[in-house]
Design a protein around this ligand. Structure first.
Ligand code: PEP
Length: 268
């Protein structure tokens, strides 16, 4: 069994304004300190076995940083620009996110790729800038339904990761990077990948990292699964050997379902 700390990350997308964010962390905080299962999760967090990450929308970041209380809850941004400042209307830089108290930034989410047209080349720039900043990237990769049906899943993952990581060093992969395997057809659709399919793709990603950066990086890097994770299916996915955590959209917006998923990550 691996000794990588698990990461349970919630991507709220465009949900939960500042007031809803405060109420989310009040509920999560009382679960972590009052409920027996929550206390187990808090102990797992304190001992470094689980890291909880929440990615609110930009305007809720300050509220999340102020309200989260526990040091083992990390705040992530959902996107960033690769330049530190300048004439980029509507964009936010990594340095601004760091100043706002973020620890992580999600890059390459399927909605950024497929709704907002972010390309592999753009994501390489974003990843390079993030690896040169104090923020830690959670880099998403995954295939469309037609790519899966034509047997191209591994080819797509290899293309997305080799372009994104072209300039990265082995130490970056070992110490800074988290990869989230998120099959596009499973995101927000209720169609979760089977445990075997999720494990197969995550194992492929780990081998890719091993070939590119060596075995130490492959053993240290955290690989998450994301796509229609719910409290009912999270334990099965987390029991797979190459899956170190989850990136959760819809089921992370409410504190209760997010907490129920966290509970499955430490075997409650
Ligand atoms: C996501 O947005 O990264 C995601 C996995 O969404 P959902 O859990 O809703 O499928």
């Amino acid at each position: 069994m691996q000794d990588r700390a698990r990461m349970i990350a919630g991507n709220w997308k465009m949900n939960n304004g500042a007031a809803a964010t405060v109420s989310f962390f009040e509920k999560l905080g009382s679960w972590l300190s009052a409920d027996e299962t929550g206390k187990g999760a808090a102990a797992a967090g304190k001992s470094g076995r689980i890291e909880i990450v929440v990615a609110p929308p930009f305007t809720s970041l300050a509220a999340a940083v102020a309200a989260k209380k526990s040091e083992y809850i990390g705040i992530a941004a959902q996107n960033a620009h690769f330049e530190p400042k300048g004439a980029f209307t509507g964009e936010i830089s990594l340095q601004m996110l760091e100043e706002a108290g973020c620890k992580y930034v999600i890059l390459g989410h399927s909605e950024r790729r497929h709704v907002f047209g972010e390309t592999d080349d753009l994501l390489q720039k974003k990843l390079d800038s993030t690896l040169g900043s104090k923020l830690l990237p959670i880099f998403c990769a995954g295939e469309l339904l037609e790519e899966r049906e034509s047997g191209d899943t591994e080819r797509v993952l290899e293309r997305q990761l080799s372009i994104a990581l072209a300039n990265a060093a082995a130490a970056d992969a070992a110490k800074k990077l988290t990869i989230a395997y998120e099959p596009v057809w499973a995101i927000g659709t209720g169609k979760v990948a089977s445990n075997d399919d999720a494990q197969g793709a995550c194992s492929f990603i780990r081998s890719f990292i091993g070939q590119k950066f060596g075995q130490e990086a492959a053993q240290k890097i955290r690989i998450l699964y994301g796509g229609s994770v719910k409290p009912e299916n999270s334990a099965g996915i987390l029991s797979q050997k190459d899956i170190d955590g989850l990136l959760i959209g819809g089921a992370s917006v409410e504190a209760e379902s997010f907490a129920r998923i966290i509970a499955t990550a430490f075997g409650a």
